[in-house]
Design a protein around this ligand. Structure first.
Ligand SMILES: C[S@@+](CC[C@H](N)C(=O)[O-])C[C@H]1O[C@@H](n2cnc3c(N)ncnc32)[C@H](O)[C@@H]1O
Length: 221
């Protein structure tokens, strides 16, 4: 394998063809990257979810659910009165999430659907919590996509965003290769808050883990 087949992700040097699948997992490499992300995002996800409470009857939507690990985590926290729904536009992500969560799906507390964040097949005011782990970089029409999330949240609901890449002035060179390969957008805390405000959210709480450069934001509807 030559250097042209490699990409600097900002953290590691990786195989380009594999990393391309982070945007929309397809085929065998899609399966591989989802298995990996279920493990490699675990520490960040555990840190992120420590900032909010899931109730036994919470109705939770996980957008861009990938390999389904966060669906599994939330399903362990709810009773038969709660629900976790995963949505992802990749058929491989949907397949993996269903495979990982089949017991909870059989119990009737989890559902996984294929679809885009831009147009979700849910009634207005369905969910208490919407989560987006490592996915907003790829949303095609960010402000309208946030409005669509706002639409499906209950009036006292909130959106939780968790990212391991944060925009910081003068420190973005390390992400150049990844941004070009994946056509991704890395947002700063301030820009995220501005978009969220424009989409109808308010009362933001942002948490930053400086050691790992993780950010999470909770925004109320
Ligand atoms: C980097 S993976 C993260 C997966 C998982 N949330 C995690 O933290 O491991 C990004 C996921 O978001 C999904 N995704 C990207 N854009 C999307 C969109 N516009 N609508 C729905 N899903 C999307 C991709 O298919 C992929 O499964």
């Amino acid at each position: 394998m030559s250097d042209n087949d490699k990409v600097n992700t900002g953290h590691h040097i990786e195989d380009k063809e594999l990393i391309k699948n982070a945007r929309k997992p397809v085929g065998e490499l899609g399966h591989q990257i989802l298995d990996r992300m279920n493990k490699s995002h675990e520490a960040m996800a555990q840190w992120g979810v420590s900032h909010f409470e899931v109730k036994k009857d919470s109705k939770i939507l996980d957008i861009g659910c990938g390999g389904g690990r966060n669906i599994q985590r939330f399903a362990e926290q709810i009773s038969e009165n709660g629900r976790v729904v995963g949505i992802d536009y990749s058929d491989v992500s949907v397949e993996k999430s269903i495979e990982l969560n089949k017991e909870s799906i059989n119990k009737g507390i989890v559902n996984v659907l294929q679809g885009s964040v831009s147009e979700m097949p849910f009634y207005d005011e369905t969910f208490d919590i919407a989560t987006a782990f490592e996915t907003i970089y790829f949303w095609p029409d960010f402000i309208n996509d946030l409005k669509e999330v706002n639409r499906v949240l209950k009036n006292d609901g909130f959106l939780f965003i968790c990212n391991e890449a944060v925009y910081r002035e003068g420190e973005m060179d390390k992400y150049d290769d990844l941004v070009e390969l994946l056509d991704m957008k890395i947002y700063s805390e301030d820009v995220l808050k501005e978009y969220l405000r424009n989409a109808g959210f308010y009362d933001f709480k942002a948490f930053i883990n400086y050691e790992n450069e993780w950010i999470c934001i909770i925004a109320k509807k």
